[in-house]
Design a protein. Structure first.
Length: 130
């Protein structure tokens, strides 16, 4: 799966919609719903196994923009909370570093000099001067 796109928010949304349609189809048993579910599942898997990263990211960004237009940008508020936590950590004498392989946020003490850091999430080791 390294060379494949994988799942994103749009795929998760489509998966939830397909599960809901499957449950509805259990009670209603309409042939058109069954066909729609199969088409949705084909779309989900084709997006996940795609090698066209740019197209899939553009589709995902359009979905996020559409979702934010209707639901008021709740993710922006979550981002602000995360940024506020980063600033609070910086005020406590900590510095936020980002792991180069998994992009996980790591807190390290300021003024420790050159230190070797091991990411607890992925195990990647790197040196950084703080």
């Amino acid at each position: 799966m390294r060379t494949r796109y994988g799942n994103d928010e749009l795929n998760r949304f489509l998966s939830i919609v397909s599960i809901i349609l499957i449950i509805i189809n259990l009670f209603v048993q309409v042939r058109a719903l069954h066909v729609l579910v199969v088409l949705l599942l084909i779309l989900i898997f084709s997006r996940a196994f795609s090698r066209c990263f740019d197209r899939r990211q553009q589709e995902n960004m359009k979905y996020i923009e559409l979702k934010n237009r209707f639901f008021g940008g709740r993710q922006q508020r979550a981002y602000r909370k995360s940024a506020r936590a980063d600033r609070r950590a910086a005020g406590e004498g900590k510095r936020i570093l980002i792991c180069s392989s998994c992009k996980e946020k790591l807190r390290v003490p300021v003024g420790a000099g050159k230190i070797k850091i091991k990411c607890p999430h992925c195990g990647n080791e790197f040196e950084e001067t703080v």
